[in-house]
Design a protein around this ligand. Structure first.
Ligand code: NAI
Ligand code: 15L
Length: 268
């Protein structure tokens, strides 16, 4: 049997990092984005879809013969309310409704640390902040991610879908700054976590922190590890290249997002 996984927002930063890492024999990646995607390399089993995840017709076609969805597409930073609402909240509703209609029972949703950006770094709890902690958004973008989680919960409770929401920290090749030493999700660990989300038996609805097992980690990996995730990376190996002056330490896990003007596109 061919396993087909639909990845929305596949042309973006995380999608580009995951494309080679999620390739497996017997697996087809169906990659959807507003922007054209690079053509398949030799031996690569991908199907390319250019279109909007906010369009129900596009999504209905994209969901055909799909076993699971990794939903990354949308606006990935602060922006005007109506734009964030359309791409992230309406968009995720369209993705979940199409998945449900197509009988797809497993969806992994990209939430963000910014759904909980106003949680303080220093909680005093050695376990770290739990995944299903109540949202404390830092931006309209963060509000949209809290709504993404709520929509996932709704579709699980109403229709029995398995929905895993990942509160992703900072998923880039390497951590950028002092905050990143706590919040980094290495690309390889990201792929490990997506695989755990795809493989877990009947996980139901969960909100999980998606970070590497960083020495300076302040969010809990308990739920992700219970699902089968095993981080092998630690941002600390980059500490020597980063200014670790404690004066630069942000108070809140959302870092600079907590200060960016609401509704103004930010370059972070
Ligand atoms: P990105 O901005 O690089 O990529 C997002 C992609 O979604 C883009 O290629 C864009 O064209 C596509 N997209 C936007 N609207 C669309 C639509 N209507 N239809 C189809 N495609 C659309 O973002 P990145 O960094 O790849 O993040 C992926 C997801 O993970 C996003 O949902 C983001 O909010 C979330 N995330 C990312 C983090 C990171 O560290 N990169 C951290 C926390 C969350
Ligand atoms: C996010 O949610 C963004 O999508 C990403 O671009 C980074 O800013 C990340 O959070 C972060 O907090 O580093």
């Amino acid at each position: 049997m061919v396993e087909r996984i639909l990845i929305t927002g596949a042309a973006g930063g995380v999608g580009t990092l995951m494309r080679p890492r999620l390739a497996r024999p017997g697996r087809v990646l169906r990659l959807l984005d507003l922007h054209p995607l690079p053509e398949p390399g030799p031996g690569e089993r991908v199907e390319l879809v250019t279109g909007s995840l906010t369009d129900p017709v596009t999504m209905a076609a994209a969901c055909r013969d799909v076993d699971a969805i990794i939903h990354l597409g949308g606006i990935s930073r602060e922006d005007a309310w109506d734009r964030v609402l359309a791409a992230n909240i309406d968009g995720t509703h369209t993705v979940l409704a199409a998945a449900c209609e197509a009988g797809i029972s497993r969806v992994v949703l990209a939430s963000s640390n910014h759904a909980a950006g106003f949680r303080e770094f220093d909680t005093g709890d050695p376990e770290g902040i739990a995944g299903e902690s109540f949202p404390r958004p830092d931006t309209y973008y963060g509000v949209s991610k809290a709504a993404v989680e709520a929509l996932g919960s709704l579709y699980h409770s109403r229709f029995g879908m398995d929905v895993l929401c990942l509160r992703i920290g900072s998923c880039f090749e390497r951590p950028a700054d002092l905050r990143g030493l706590s919040m980094w999700l290495s690309p390889d660990d990201g792929a490990r976590l997506f695989e755990a989300c795809l493989a877990a038996e009947r996980p139901g609805f969960q909100v999980l922190w998606a970070v590497s097992d960083n020495t300076r980690r302040v969010v809990s990996l308990r739920a992700a590890e219970a699902l089968g995730y095993r981080s092998r990376d630690d941002a600390e190996r980059y500490a020597g290249e980063i200014d670790t002056d404690p004066a630069l330490a942000p108070k809140y896990i959302g870092g600079a997002f907590c200060e960016t003007p609401l509704g103004k596109p930010n370059p972070l």
